[in-house]
Write a protein that binds this ligand. Structure first.
Ligand code: CA
Length: 236
């Protein structure tokens, strides 16, 4: 990992941003602080950060809008910082493309652990870089490109991670718990409803009918099974 991972910290409250920026520096990160949504977008373009920590309530706007804006042309890991912790907020936070979510008050240690977990996941490892071909689906894990019947698929980061986790175990059942732990975080306390929401989106993009899916099969009470390549070659 690079010696100085750049972190854009978007937080208007100095009582939070100052100690947090100091803690991040002690951990070897290079934090840059933005206090408004406008400043966040400007600093994002200028500093090209490796991770964004994004407060939900900003003086000139909503952190979710900033997140959507960043997601239009960036896959940068984004962690939302919020004082609200309801289920709806969690799903909304993920729906807009954030990778993780911490509820205030949080410890800098907890946040640093999550940053490191996201950076590990964002870094493609050579040992897992390969191409998976299942049915009409082709996944290139080196470039993170996916195509269906030769057409490129537009997947969110979570949809992609879910797809790869399922497809890497094609033909086998992957439990809900394993999916939550590998795609979200082992310390994720949200309901597994979030998982169902993302599976629903993934199925839609794969053209899967949830009553008779080709790719993502539900194994009731356990998890999901991605169709094995041989299930397609024998179909006639
Ligand atoms: Ca705030």
């Amino acid at each position: 990992m690079a010696a100085s991972t750049r972190i854009l910290l978007v937080e208007d409250e100095a009582s939070i941003s100052e100690p947090l920026a100091a803690a991040l520096e002690r951990e070897g990160f290079a934090p840059v602080v933005a206090r408004t949504a406008a400043e966040a977008l400007e600093l994002f373009d200028r500093t090209d950060p490796d991770v964004v920590l994004l407060d939900l309530m900003l003086p000139d706007g909503d952190g979710r809008d900033v997140c959507r804006e960043l997601r239009q042309d960036s896959d940068v890991p984004i962690i939302m910082l919020t004082a609200r912790g309801t289920e709806v907020d969690r799903i909304v936070g993920l729906e807009i493309g954030a990778d993780d979510y911490v509820v205030k008050p949080f410890s800098s240690g907890e946040l640093v652990a999550r940053i490191r977990a996201l950076l590990r996941r964002a870094q493609p490892s050579a040992s897992t870089a390969r191409e998976l071909n299942i049915g009409d689906l082709a996944i290139d894990t080196a470039s993170r490109r996916v195509s269906l019947s030769g057409e490129p698929m537009e997947l969110s980061r979570k949809e992609y991670d879910l797809l790869v986790e399922l497809a890497a175990h094609a033909g086998e059942v992957v439990t809900r718990e394993d999916l939550m732990a590998s795609v979200w975080d082992s310390n994720w306390f949200g309901s597994t409803k979030t998982l169902d929401v993302h599976i629903g989106w993934l199925r839609k993009k794969l053209g899967d009918d949830s009553n008779d899916p080709r790719y993502v099969h539900t194994v009731r009470g356990v998890g999901f099974r991605f169709a094995a390549p041989e299930e397609f070659t024998s179909a006639g």
